[in-house]
Design a protein around this ligand. Sequence first.
Ligand code: ADP
Ligand code: MG
Length: 684
Amino acid sequence: MKKTWPIENLDCPNCAAKLECALSSLEHVDAANVNFVNKTVSITVKEEVFAEVCQAVLAETARVEPEARIIIEEEHGHHHGGARPVVLYRVGAAAVLLAAGLLVKGWLGVVLFVLAYLAVGYDILLAAVRNIGRGQIFDENFLMAVASLGAMLMGEYAEGIAVLALYQVGEWFQERAVDKSRASIAALMDIRPDYANLLENGQAVKVAPDAVQVGQTILIRPGEKVPLDGVVMEGSSSLNTVALTGESLPRDVAEGDKVVSGSVNLSGLLTVQVTSAYGESTVAKILQLVEASGENKAKAEKFITRFARVYTPLVCLAAVLLAVIPPLFDGQWMMWLRRALTFLVISCPCALVISVPLTFFSGIGGASRKGILIKGANYMEALAGLKAVVFDKTGTLTQGSFSVTAVKPRGVAEAELLEMAALAESHSSHPIGKSVIAAYGKAVDHSRVADVTELAGQGLSALVDGRTVHVGNAKLMAGLGLTVDAAQETGTVVHMAVDGTYWGHLVIDDEVKPTAAAAVQGLKENGVSRLVMLTGDRQAVAQRIADQLGLTEVHAELLPEDKVHRLEALLGNGPVAFVGDGINDAPVLRRADVGIAMGGMGSDAAIEAADVVLMDDDPAKLPRAIGIARKTMGIVRQNIAFALGIKLAVMLMGALGVANMWIAVFADVGVAMLAILNAMRAMK
Ligand code: ADP
Ligand code: MG
């Protein structure tokens, strides 16, 4: 089982990484994840040891990060890090003491300086001492403590105090910036409904969405958010689904239509029967998914965490060398010591460690607003570098609903063929099945149908009125030992056999989606050079569509397992994406580097099997998703280069004596702030 808790007072991303590392290595813990951006901790453990592990997690957290607090009990209301605003008062107090110290000379002045120093930095000093006790020497507290103490001991009181003050204020700003970013990403994904109007005895009562049960009826007024998935019982309206799909065109609904939670009712009053509990609703699934996306870390993120672990000790070593070696030659011990201390101040890698996950999170948040759900930064990374995209045909490149253009019976009446086919398909969620049912046009009597078996990629078999019916492609018929009529028409052919006798076929007009060609073109422009279509349909149909769309390769008459083999052959030369509709193609979706499912709205299977979910069926979202991923990766790279560049420059200046400690802290805080602001661009 997996459990996620909020965590408070976890101020630095570095600490988050440390905690994650410590928790992962606890006994019985299968996986641990500390998400700095969401402020959550999650642990995967076996159910039977849960209570025991829970205790261990708390104990370990208290040991590694004493300030942090995991909130295991559900608590109401929001806590906000009350510790930080106090920092500003402390800085003020230190400034007063410092000024007083500068006025009075002699030992009293020194006392005032020391008081100012302690006022602004006692917590940093304490944390540094505690860390040494735990054997984790190299963290930013230690560095700041050593640098400022060094300055104090050298008699540079103002400098020592200012360094800590600037550091504290910088941290304060940084924290606020991260909080604000977090809040604006959350606002962006503000699809969470606040309440539902539950209808009881003709009265509407406002209740929390999760208090409503399946089968109950709710009222949705114009302007309100749809709180739960359901079916319209009464009324008609149009819904705005822009927050879910990024598509601003309103969707009309009337009696009998499905409504999806998270959309907004624009015009009419709707009475809706709820079809799934809040926890299972579309909106809850989307939110869970985006929130959990932080767990799939990108290589860039892992790199930064590892980098931070070696970077700080290396800088410390360099500082020691700088303090010891040059003065052996010129004897200027104090000068080189000061330079070395400046060096230490710059060695906090915070800007990087914060901005990289924040950039990914804001990119994922922005994409979700456009109807593109990305399940983790690793998929974002893969999307940005896609080399090949493999498409499923039916429902992906072609319309989900199309019409039957010909009915060609052999030895039976047309109506009889169509009725039999519709009955057999009556439970089918496959686009072909749906078109057959639509062409039949009448209500089907479900009691006549039994034993439906899907034969993935070929069709299905069912017992209709006690007779065995097979509906599907030529391969299926060949398997029954039947020869089929060659279809004259272009289009997808559905053959049918009853009790082992061939009954004829239907032809379905397989229309390409209007945006498919543009999407393929867009992918080519984005440097995706291999565009492959895999289908279970006939070669002739497949080739025609591939030509029409400008795909580079096509493989037809495949079973789902053949599709997996075809995909596997493509793997290994850069990331490969598979785009499907979640019907018959879950194995391929899972096997691809990036499994992309279309039409996630209302389809649990697609949301679960895929790595990226396009909330509506629009292929045009594909190049858009790649665009977002590229932009996000670009910002990540910018931030890494920028932060490292500035740090190296300031380090060099420090070593040469051009930059003093103040400038170093300033640069450090400034870089972090700019990197955070830059990260937010990924959302737009
Ligand atoms: P695609 O690979 O184009 O997405 P599928 O793998 O879902 O298509 O199905 C492959 C072929 O199997 C279809 O072209 C059709 O001939 C047949 N088939 C699949 N499901 C059904 C069904 N429910 N009814 C009739 N034929 C079906
Ligand atoms: Mg398909």
